[in-house]
Design a protein around this ligand. Structure first.
Ligand code: DAH
Length: 340
């Protein structure tokens, strides 16, 4: 092959390679192959010595053109790819994007605050399963077998081939039973958790929400202890000057039972949107643990007594924030969440 033929072949090769250079590394490979001292172009230059003198101008011209072509292609590729990676990491003229920080969800924040106050009063945290059986959710809590709360309307039952009594707990009171079964008095427990009810979702109710349950069992526990505990808690949590109202109520698992109201922390009893113009806010259901409930879980009611209380966490959040649609707490709308 004469030198002019070699140059022509190399030119075809280089022309084929140029469009394939797609990165800084490929450009460098191209340079090392063609443009260094021992590269293809230089080896042709060396062959120039042997070319007859009259052919030299022509061959030399072809070789120069080829070298320029290869050098230009390399310079272009190098500029393109090196510039690209610099822009990606180092364009200081771009406006900053800022950092968005997440935050703890308002429901979790509220549970944390509630738990903090009760643990500082000597309560410990206990948990139980969300998927429960009828015995822990109802039976041992003194719900009569035909109690309407067991009705399909309220309870989500879990499909199970072997058992018909598996359900999603409808309240955290089921955890009371588990605690009493597994611990010996004195018992002082606070039990936060998720509960489930077959209810239509609306501005006021959800099918899935949170409750916090409290239980205190020891010798000689009385209604006065219940009142003292709830009042101390509510004064720390809501309003240190709050006044209270204990209304008689009914729950199967407590006797006597009550519902506890507190003077509205916002209007101080005058009447406002938060308290629906009554001046009072309901804070929880409570009562003295029914002797049958103690007995069903292996605690002797002639020796021990206790109180229990329970309240809904979402309602607390609504009360504190003035949000009037409970669904807003679950839509994960950043405009709502970023306010907490
Ligand atoms: N379990 C009740 C409910 O879901 C709330 C409740 C009321 C819990 C009174 C208690 C209690 O421990 O003593 O509505």
């Amino acid at each position: 092959m004469t030198l002019i033929e070699q140059i022509a072949a190399l030119r075809i090769e280089i022309d084929r390679e140029i469009p394939l250079i797609d990165s800084a590394e490929a450009a460098d490979r191209f340079r090392l192959r063609h443009l260094v001292k021992k590269g293809t172009v230089q080896s042709c230059v060396e062959g120039l010595r042997l070319v007859p003198r009259e052919e030299k101008p022509l061959v030399g011209k072809a070789l120069n053109e080829l070298r320029t072509r290869a050098e230009d292609a390399y310079a272009t590729a190098q500029a393109r790819y090196e510039q690209k990676s610099e822009t990606a990491t180092l364009d200081l003229t771009l406006p900053p994007r800022g950092q968005r920080r997440g935050a703890v969800h308002p429901i979790t924040q509220t549970i944390d605050r509630l738990v903090d106050i009760f643990t500082s009063m000597g309560f410990e945290v206990a948990e139980g399963p969300d998927v429960e059986d009828d015995t822990h959710n109802f039976g041992k809590l003194n719900f009569a077998p035909d109690h309407p709360a067991r009705d399909m309307q309220d309870t989500f039952f879990v499909d199970n081939e072997d058992r018909a009594d598996v359900l999603l707990r409808t309240h955290t009171s089921s955890v009371q039973v588990r605690v009493m079964e597994s611990m010996k008095p004195p018992i002082r427990c606070i039990m936060p958790g998720r509960v489930y009810r077959n209810e239509a979702v609306s501005a006021r109710s959800l099918a899935e929400f949170h409750q916090i349950e409290g239980l205190y069992i020891d010798k000689g526990v009385s209604m006065a202890d219940l009142k003292g505990t709830i009042m101390a808690f509510a004064r720390r949590f809501y309003d240190e000057n709050a006044t209270f109202r204990f209304r008689a109520s009914y729950f199967p698992f407590t006797e006597p039972s009550c519902e506890i109201d507190m003077s509205c922390f916002l209007c101080k009893g005058e009447g406002c949107r938060i308290c629906k113009h009554s001046g009072w806010l309901e804070i929880c259901g409570a009562g003295m643990v029914h002797p049958s409930v103690l007995e069903a879980s292996g605690i002797d009611p002639t020796e021990y007594s206790g109180f229990a209380f329970g309240f809904g966490v979402e309602r607390v959040v609504l009360m504190l924030t003035g949000i009037d649609d409970i669904r807003l707490l679950y839509e994960n709308d950043i405009r709502v969440l970023s306010q907490f």
